[in-house]
Design a protein around this ligand. Structure first.
Ligand code: NAD
Length: 341
């Protein structure tokens, strides 16, 4: 089979490309190589940007440098493909409010163009959404324990009301993208899914303060930089290891019904920010320096998926537990220290 992966040289996209390339499938990584938040990390931006591309080229992945906002070029890339995994996005809440036009054009128009390509060629498509679209009214229902926020019931299903609470441009663009997915399912019978993703982590995540907090913590801990936590540090996510997500994309391709799915690690993978720092300290045998800053506008303090719809729908569930996954992420950061000097 031949798979088009938009955002193929980003964090999630590169894992999806690797997953299909290792199966022997033809893979096209479609990416405009922006990743604006990299500029603010202080890492070797060019090296980081080229790294995923080099890994994928070595695996035989075809790289196409192009923009998802360009409809013709998306159509051209999708021609002859059997499946599209759409990961290209402006993913950071901070950049969303600094540059709402970039956020809108990438996440709304980009998703629209990808759906149109799926419609034209009658192929399935899975698009990356986010649990942020539930909105931060969830914050009002939380209790508090020593190291984490708590909620009853702990896991949140897709039937939870969405876009409740304080909204930012990222909420608007990601929710719009998801509405377009559902519309193309209902109106054009496209076999499309939108995955409401929780916090992802894993190798090749050049996480900084804007996006990718588990990697941000691991990189800072390993390179001796202080970690800044915005808010109390009790914020909780059911973190999901990147290759587990690749299995979800493929399970959807093989047997999933179109629709919207929570995709996350569920309660057994729930971890708070300060608990994640503890885990990293435990694995490294040294405590990173942690500072606290003001909580951020629009922050969702708690999300743990009820992923039962995906389990029942296409037989998927998360497999990698945080200790194992964070251990592998740390090994990768260690092997690639030169990017983070
Ligand atoms: N990483 C997470 O924790 C997480 C959590 C929830 C949702 N998501 C969603 O998953 C998706 C992928 O996230 P990621 O962490 O891999 O982000 P990423 O920034 O690492 O990857 C996105 C890729 O898309 C590319 N891109 C951006 N604009 C483009 C455009 N106009 N045309 C073509 N390519 C473009 C970037 O260059 C980058 O390589 C996003 O939709 C994001 O909202 C991620």
């Amino acid at each position: 089979m031949r798979v088009l992966v938009t955002g193929g040289c980003g964090f999630i996209g590169s894992h999806v490309c690797e997953f299909y390339a290792r199966r022997g499938d033809g893979v096209v990584a479609y990416d405009n190589f922006t990743k604006f938040e990299l500029r603010r990390t202080g890492y070797d931006t060019k090296g980081a940007r080229d790294h995923n591309r080099q890994v994928l080229e070595a695996l035989g992945v075809e790289i196409r440098e192009a923009d998802v906002r360009d409809a013709d070029s998306v159509l051209e890339a999708a021609d002859g493909c059997d499946y599209i995994v759409h990961t290209a996005a402006q993913p950071a809440m901070t950049i969303g409010w600094e540059d709402p036009r970039l956020d809108f054009s990438t996440n709304v128009l980009g998703t629209f163009n990808v759906l149109e390509a799926a419609r034209r060629f009658r192929i399935p498509v899975a698009s990356c959404g986010t649990v942020h679209i539930y909105g931060n009214a969830i914050n009002d229902s939380l209790g508090e324990e020593a190291t984490r926020y708590r909620r009853e019931p702990a896991e949140i299903p897709e039937s939870e009301p969405v876009v409740q609470g304080v909204l930012t441009p990222l909420h608007a663009s990601k929710r719009s993208g998801e509405i377009y997915v559902q519309t193309w399912v209902d109106t054009y019978d496209v076999r499309a899914a939108s995955f409401r993703l929780t916090g992802l982590y894993g190798p090749r995540q050049f996480g900084g303060e804007d996006h990718g907090w588990v990697a941000n913590f691991a990189i800072r801990a390993l390179t001796g930089r202080p970690i800044t936590i915005y808010g109390s540090g009790k914020q909780v996510r059911d973190i999901l290891y990147a290759t587990d997500l690749c299995e979800a994309f493929h399970a959807f391709y093989e047997r999933g019904k179109p629709g919207i799915y929570n995709i996350g690690g569920e309660s057994r993978n729930a971890i708070s920010l300060v608990e994640c720092v503890d885990l990293i300290a435990d694995i490294l045998g040294k405590r990173p320096d942690v500072r606290f800053g003001e909580g951020r506008h629009g922050d969702l303090r708690y999300f743990v998926c009820d992923a039962d719809r995906a389990r029942r729908g296409f037989g998927w569930e998360a497999r990698t537990l945080p200790r194992e996954g964070v251990g592998r992420l740390i090994e990768w950061v260690e092997e690639h220290r030169h990017f983070f000097a």
